[in-house]
Design a protein around this ligand. Structure first.
Ligand code: FMN
Length: 320
């Protein structure tokens, strides 16, 4: 069955059976963020915020919905997800298909305070580079009230020119716009930047310097990889899209190692890429992540993986 169709069917079963997984977990704080455990759902699986209770039931400590854009959009033509089964990986070129912020907002209003909710925002495909910051702002204004954190996605490889926001002038202009807006309201969600695993060292250094000197609260490392050599080695060098899953783990861990020592200690690091078991999860924590997320591991291993990881996680001292 095509991957997108089978994901839709699995969502139906999740709706039916996730209640059976439900268990009580108490909250704790990590650098000011109130969570139930350190393993979260990565962006992209619940793009339209339709399965928040279900993913909460299977045991995630926090959830990230989106990427949400101002206007609804279909995304790229299908097929746009390819399973690379022998590598435990996926190649996706979805391009932010979603219902648009206004429609999704109606569901966000109903989310229980018990759930730590991240909302990942991005621009529409047809938005020009000059207008991009206004797309982030439009989304922020609609949803900030419902978010524990907002993830500013500058790293999907499937939206033209999005990754050019890793260049410092454009980046500053986006974060200033959002941070100025945040200041105006009593409710001030944390703001995280979701970055690409495919940039040069100098780019990360500039980005992290800017983040250290700003009120941005943390980084999400990383989005999928568009690296040509990696894609060639997986025999998909000729196809569009980004790699996730086990084949992404080394690149995302490399960036985590590079960023950890230069990022100020009070900032939160969310590490994502290649979590398939408790060892890969613990490895991210040992490399200095405060929180961890997963997507592809859940597709291959199913919902029991969440419980397995949180039951066996290595205890680390709380950074609350
Ligand atoms: C099919 C698919 C769709 C995704 N969509 C998004 C998205 O909309 N926004 C985003 O920030 N990341 C998106 N991601 C990236 C994931 O959130 C995550 O960063 C990446 O897959 C690495 O984690 P993993 O190896 O556990 O899958 C998507 C990933 C996949 C596989």
């Amino acid at each position: 069955m095509p991957p997108e169709q089978s994901q839709n069917i699995s969502h139906f079963f999740l709706k039916l059976f996730s209640g059976l997984y439900k268990s009580k977990q108490s909250h704790f704080y990590v650098k000011g963020l109130r969570i139930k455990n350190r393993l979260g759902l990565a962006a992209g699986l619940d793009k339209n915020a339709r399965l928040i209770n279900e993913f909460n039931n299977i045991g995630f400590g926090f959830l990230e919905v989106g990427t949400i854009t101002p206007k609804p959009q279909y995304g790229n033509p299908k097929p746009r997800i390819k399973r690379l089964v022998s590598y435990d990986s996926l190649l996706n070129s979805l391009g932010f298909p979603n219902d648009g912020v206004v429609s999704i907002k109606s569901r966000l209003k109903k989310v229980s305070d018990d759930i730590c909710l991240g909302i990942n925002i991005g621009p529409n495909k047809d938005t020009t580079s000059e207008e991009i910051k206004n797309d982030y702002l439009a989304c922020y204004k609609e949803v900030f009230e419902y978010a524990d954190y907002i993830a500013i996605n500058i790293s999907s490889p499937n939206t033209p020119n999005l990754r050019s926001l890793h260049n410092i002038e454009s980046f500053k202009s986006v974060i200033e716009t959002i941070l100025n807006e945040r200041k105006k309201h009593k409710k001030q969600p944390k703001i995280f930047i979701k970055i690409s695993p495919d940039e040069e060292s100098g780019t990360y250094k500039n980005l992290i310097d800017t983040i250290n000197n700003s009120a941005i609260d943390g980084v999400i490392i990383s989005n999928t990889s568009n690296n040509k050599n990696l894609k060639k080695s997986l025999n998909v060098g000729h196809l569009p899209g980004g790699i996730s899953g086990k084949s992404l783990k080394n690149s995302s861990n490399k960036i985590l190692k590079e960023i950890k020592p230069i990022l100020n200690d009070e900032k939160i690091i969310v590490a994502v890429g290649g979590i398939f078991d408790v060892d890969s999860y613990n490895e991210k924590l040992e490399l200095g992540a405060d929180l961890v997320q997963m997507y592809t591991g859940l597709i291959y291993e199913g919902p029991n993986l969440v419980k397995r990881i949180i039951k066996n996680e290595k205890q680390i001292s709380s950074n609350s």
